[in-house]
Design a protein around this ligand. Structure first.
Ligand code: TNX
Length: 523
């Protein structure tokens, strides 16, 4: 491709003093061969291409914010001015909202001819998702930091795309090990490109309380002071939490806060003696056992405490959900657990949020619009569905990002399974549990528990590339998914991970390969 007639002509044009863009036909590129993850619903190639060059203008009549970020990055890496224009001409990238779009709340249509790119969607979120696709149609250099003197061709054709599931999430456990705001923002940046739209933050556990609660300050000053292994912990001030929420919103990611209760509460029990039945504060805990702690569910002060916590967090959280945990409460008797979940759920509703909780909460009678988060027991998920709850799907054997890839993986656990990339990819949410169908499923979430995860490199190593596989499960209908095809696309996605300095796990099952010359011209 590099030495074909058009490229030689283009070279001659570069040496001459006048532009001959119009005379040089753009290369014939095949949109259908371009690697896009998650795979869009419909891709039709027209076998030509659009060239972004010094004369390209940008039309953003609806002043869509997400467009500004995209254009800034393209300016930085192409060196072109990309002036904004009110009218589209023969060389324009245009972004527009279209009330009549049939692609739904998150879908988009991307129409590329040899003279224009038109991205349209019903909502700004749809435009954002279309931009994530457009990023992958551009040369990998787009993801870099400095101007690159290359041809900026985009294959022509039409993509009509929308997601299979409304909720496509990841979870970060900031309780076992604490991660700074900048790390959370990097996670947000990295996952957003795969059209993930939710980040669940596991904010509290036995080892640490990570969110400032103004009415109960000892939760963070004492309860947040340490972490697994005994080093110093940390917590988010309310200002920092709001900053995370606002940053996530710019990438169309909703934050779901979790306060895990009545078990997994040692950090709170160590901070306030009155939450314990014997009135004595427990010791801070830096090990990795689970299931040994519980709030004293019969004490009124516990519900005053929970009311304050849920109120303060809900006030800072624009998203619809509050996750109350509810898992592994092994030392709470069922006769105490059930009324606890019911009373706490009512508090969540009182502050305008919908209940989300790990699958054990289905033992209780759940209010309308609740979501049971299936991680372990299919029968719990079914009990949830029987009371009309939705199910969020995170089976530990497939979706847990803290599971080791194999027995040699340097970090991670394996109590549920070893989860290699093929295993992470090859499953279908609506076929996991008999009786739980697509209608019952809110979506898919990939949790990263952090008992063994200490820094950003560890996060990236466990999250990538498995989250990329999960993103396609949540976005693309199963009839268009196939491991043999996915592993090749993932292999060719390598350059994009590397230019973003992602410390991914180079699974032997994936044919990792830099793009060849022909593919570079047909990105
Ligand atoms: C189970 S998943 C837990 C977590 C652990 C995780 C480790 C769930 C609801 N509870 O407390 O961190 O396993 O894989």
């Amino acid at each position: 491709m590099k030495y074909t007639f058009p490229s030689i002509l283009a070279f001659i044009c570069m040496l001459s003093f006048f532009s001959c863009n119009e005379d040089v036909p753009n290369p014939a590129l095949d949109l259908g061969k371009t690697i896009i993850i998650p795979q869009p619903l419909k891709v039709e190639s027209t076998g030509s291409s659009f060239q972004i060059n010094s004369g390209t203008t940008v039309q953003n009549l609806n002043n869509i914010k997400a467009v500004d970020g995209f254009v800034a990055q393209l300016k930085k890496t192409s060196g072109f001015n990309l002036e904004s224009t009110k009218t589209s001409n023969e060389n324009t990238i245009s972004f527009s909202l279209d009330e009549a779009s049939e692609m739904g709340a998150e879908g988009y249509t991307l129409d590329i001819t040899d003279t224009q790119i038109n991205l349209s969607a019903k909502t700004e979120h749809g435009i954002f998702n279309g931009i994530q696709t457009l990023r992958q149609l551009l040369p990998t250099e787009f993801e870099g930091e400095k101007p690159e003197n290359i041809n900026w061709y985009v294959p022509s054709g039409k993509i009509s795309d929308k997601p299979e599931y409304a909720y496509r999430g990841s979870m970060l456990d900031v309780a076992r090990h604490f991660f700074e705001v900048k790390d959370v923002k990097r996670v947000i940046d990295l996952i957003a490109q795969y059209k993930i739209n939710t980040l669940h933050l596991h904010l509290t556990d036995d080892q640490g309380w990570r969110i400032e609660i103004k009415s109960w300050p000892n939760l963070t000053t004492h309860g947040g002071s340490t972490q697994v292994g005994g080093e110093a912990g940390g917590f988010y001030t309310q200002e920092q939490y709001k900053d995370i929420v606002a940053y996530a919103a710019t990438k169309f990611i909703t934050i779901v806060p979790e306060v895990d209760m009545p078990g997994h509460t040692n950090a709170a029990l160590a901070s306030y003696p009155e939450l314990n039945c014997d009135g004595k504060a427990t010791k801070l805990y830096t090990g990795t056992e689970v299931g040994f702690s519980t709030f004293c569910t019969s004490k009124e002060v516990v519900y005053k405490f929970i009311d304050d916590v849920i109120r303060e967090i809900s006030e800072m959280t624009p998203g619809p959900y509050f996750h109350l945990g509810g898992d592994e409460s092994h030392v709470t008797e069922m006769k105490d657990y059930i009324p606890f979940i019911e009373r706490t759920s009512a508090i969540v509703n009182k502050y305008g949020k919908q209940v989300m909780g790990w699958d054990e909460i289905a033992h209780a009678k759940l209010p309308a619009n609740s979501t049971v988060h299936y991680w372990n027991k299919a029968e719990n998920a079914k009990m949830g569905v029987e009371q009309n709850a939705k199910v969020l799907i995170s089976p530990a054997t497939k979706a847990y990002l803290d599971m080791q890839y194999d027995s040699t993986t340097r970090i991670g656990l394996h109590w549920a399974a070893y989860v290699e990339v093929d295993s992470a990819y090859m499953w279908e949410p609506s076929e996991l549990v008999e009786g739980i169908t697509k209608e019952n499923i809110l979506g898919v979430e990939s949790p990263l528990w952090s008992e063994t995860v200490v820094n950003m490199d560890d996060i990236e190593y466990l999250v990538f590339p498995r989250l990329i596989a999960h993103s396609e499960i949540g976005w693309t209908p199963s009839k268009f998914r196939n491991w043999e095809n996915f592993k090749v696309r993932l292999g060719k996605h390598k350059d994009r991970l590397e230019i973003q300095n992602v410390d991914y796990y180079p699974s032997k099952l994936v044919p990792w390969a830099p793009l060849t010359k022909v593919e570079v011209d047909n990105p």
